[in-house]
Design a protein. Structure first.
Length: 655
């Protein structure tokens, strides 16, 4: 099946995957027609991001810089040689962490989604050569993992709590799905299904009871099921979900919470342990719900989400406050300077929220996708696309020791554990798959960005041309080309008050429904213009009083963007640590900044009370803001650390 077509893979014959009126190339998450999804993702070809828009520009940088950077690094850092040495084509020791194969797979997945937008010889070569290598490394029974094959061949599929074998397998499956859907070529899929079949034989019904310490295989198996219609993959994913929380992983120095193996998923509704594992597991549980329809799973995920969002999520949408085990802290334990906030956790949150959106149709999940994407995910990459953060603190102090790659003062080229850069690459390459959905009533637009959206709706085709400078400007113009009646649903984010809408020049009263959408139902005429205005006055945010770490501080935001103060933009002689602002005073938005990548800054009045030489501890109450009055300037948080190391803070003291 080396050069086979996807249709030759068993179960695919005659499948249109998404139940659409015409076959389309499905994106990263494609629930089956009989699933419980309330909303259906559009096909990959149905959404084209405009490179002049915010997300389209990001996708272009990802294609031109980030993805080639990842491909170069999995070569230079030995990930590909780890595979070659299994076949005798490379010498030397295994390099990197035991799950180094996963970086190759995530890079392959990113390449796969990118190839959906057209052939690119360098990407095609990478996919084809790496696939041939993987096929050579794969054992006759389907086993494939360069660390265990090359270093510990006697310990294969035995060390579930730290081995990451099924985690790596999951990323291979997802890469294979991406390449198959985008290119129609099944060569990588053939490798992936041989490995998945081994897992089914070994761990399926009546097989060995085991789960992987790092979730990922669950979503991957569900997606492989969606692509191939092979129900054994869904059954195995369901089994892994059901077996979690029964102590199968055994004791660990971080405790069973670390792996979310402390309680069954229906009872484990307090977010806990390693943040990426928690969120990947949640995405897997939601996928199993979508295809299996056990309502108790969705109820548990909704409770988990509410706990997470009300007590353990940073204002940027980031997750995880403990460096020791990359984990959630206690409720309200959200220190800005010691935020762990791994980029992968932000990516994982985006993935989970998309599945919750498909399951429920509720805009709060799209709101969260927007927050985490524009802030926590975006902060992970430099403006040029070739430097990355692993942890994403919300404050960097003057004098910070940035020598540890666990907490550097700026983005790094690569990491000892380089999980984040290729994770960013695969998400950004597939962003067009997350912009809009359809259902029997019409189209839903969840992320506002410039581009084109087309869909075959039950009554006929529809096309939207979206022109917008969102998230910097308030008004989005949508030209609808269609000739039948359907409903256009536009998300009104929870941060937005008094949204305005006009259709064909006529103002329309806007009142978002319970799901957070305004819905316009009409018999459309070609060229009908819809104008949506989401006013973005700068907002002053305060944290829940129990978040001790930022008590007495405020954060500034505008639209979906969280801002920060960076030393570069403050007046000379005003150390960032000594700047205060008034609690109730909103800054003003100023467009036309000359700093690259920052169209809008926030400018407000601050006070500088220099504290050099003060005793570390002294008697007396904290003073109200006073001192020299200065103008302080805030930039979007995700653009910090692009002009050299400098102190930065999201939360600004008011006293
Ligand atoms: Zn990571």
């Amino acid at each position: 099946m080396e050069q086979g077509d996807v249709a030759t893979v068993r179960g695919l014959e005659g499948s249109t995957e998404t139940g659409r009126q015409r076959p389309g190339r499905a994106g990263p998450v494609a629930p089956r027609p009989a699933s419980r999804a309330r909303l259906r993702p559009l096909a990959l070809d149905d959404v084209a991001l405009d490179p002049a828009g915010h997300l389209g520009a990001w996708q272009r940088v990802n294609r031109d810089v980030t993805l080639p950077h990842c491909i170069a690094h999995v070569e230079e850092r030995g990930n590909l040689d780890n595979l070659r040495r299994v076949t005798g084509r490379a010498d030397g020791d295994f390099r990197g962490l035991p799950f180094a194969d996963s970086d190759v797979y995530k890079t392959l997945e990113a390449a796969g989604w990118e190839l959906a937008r057209g052939a690119r010889p360098a990407l095609d070569d990478f996919v084809d050569q790496t696939t041939r290598l993987l096929a050579d490394v794969q054992e006759d029974d389907g086993y494939l993992n360069s660390y265990f094959q090359g270093v510990h061949p006697d310990r294969k599929l035995r060390e579930f709590h730290w081995g990451h074998e099924m985690y790596c397998a999951g990323h291979l499956l997802q890469a294979a799905v991406a390449v198959a859907r985008s290119t129609g070529r099944a060569h990588l899929l053939a490798v992936a299904t041989r490995l998945a079949d081994l897992l089914v034989r070994r761990f399926g019904e009546s097989g060995e009871e085991a789960i992987d310490g790092h979730p990922e295989i669950e979503t991957a198996l569900v997606e492989l099921y969606r692509l191939t219609n092979e129900s054994a993959y869904l059954q195995l994913a369901t089994r892994f979900v059901e077996l979690r929380g029964r102590g199968l992983l055994g004791p660990d120095r971080f405790g069973a919470n670390y792996f979310q193996d402390h309680a069954p998923v229906r009872e484990a509704t307090e977010p806990t342990g390693h943040a990426v594992r928690q969120l990947y597991l949640a995405a897997g549980v939601t996928d199993v719900y979508l295809e299996g329809a056990d309502d108790t799973l969705l109820a548990a995920m909704e409770e988990l989400w509410e706990n997470l969002l009300s007590t353990k999520t940073y204002v940027t949408g980031a997750h995880g406050s403990r460096h020791r085990d990359e984990a959630y802290g206690d409720p309200y334990e959200l220190p800005p300077d010691r935020a762990y906030a791994e980029t992968c956790a932000a990516v994982a949150s985006f993935h989970w929220n998309w599945r919750m959106l498909l399951a429920t149709g509720r805009g709060r999940y799209a709101d969260e996708m927007e927050r985490v994407l524009y802030n926590a995910v975006a902060a992970g990459t430099s403006l040029e696309g070739d430097r990355f953060f692993y942890s994403n603190p919300l404050q960097l102090r003057a004098g910070h020791d940035g020598t540890d790659e666990d907490h550097p003062s700026g983005r790094l080229e690569w990491y000892r554990c380089p999980c984040c850069p290729p994770n960013l690459a695969r998400l950004v390459a597939s962003l067009n798959g997350y912009v809009a959905t359809s259902d029997d009533s019409g189209l839903q637009l969840h992320l506002l960005t410039a581009g084109e959206v087309t869909a075959d709706l039950p009554g006929g085709p529809a096309r939207l041309r979206v022109s917008t400078a969102y998230p910097w400007e308030e008004t989005t113009a949508i030209t609808v080309d269609s000739e039948h009646e359907w409903t256009l649903a536009l998300r009104v984010p929870a941060w937005c008050r008094e949204a305005r809408l006009s259709v064909a020049g006529d103002p329309v009263a806007v009142s978002p429904d319970a799901d957070g959408y305004v819905r316009v139902r009409r018999a459309w005429r070609p060229g009908t213009e819809v104008l949506l205005t989401l006013p973005m006055p700068p907002r002053v945010l305060a944290a829940h009083p129990r978040v001790d770490a930022v008590r007495g501080c405020v954060a500034w935001a505008r639209g979906p963007i969280v801002y920060c103060l960076e030393q570069h933009d403050q007046p000379a002689g005003a150390p960032l640590e000594d700047i205060r602002v008034a609690a109730q005073e909103a800054p003003r938005a100023v467009a036309g900044s000359d700093v690259p990548g920052i169209p809008v800054v926030l400018v407000g009045q601050g006070y500088v009370s220099r504290a050099d030489g003060r005793q570390l501890y002294a008697e007396g109450a904290a003073a109200a803001p006073d001192g020299e009055v200065v103008e302080v300037t805030a930039i979007p948080y995700f653009r910090w650390a692009n002009r050299g190391p400098a102190p930065m803070r999201v939360w600004i003291p008011t006293s």
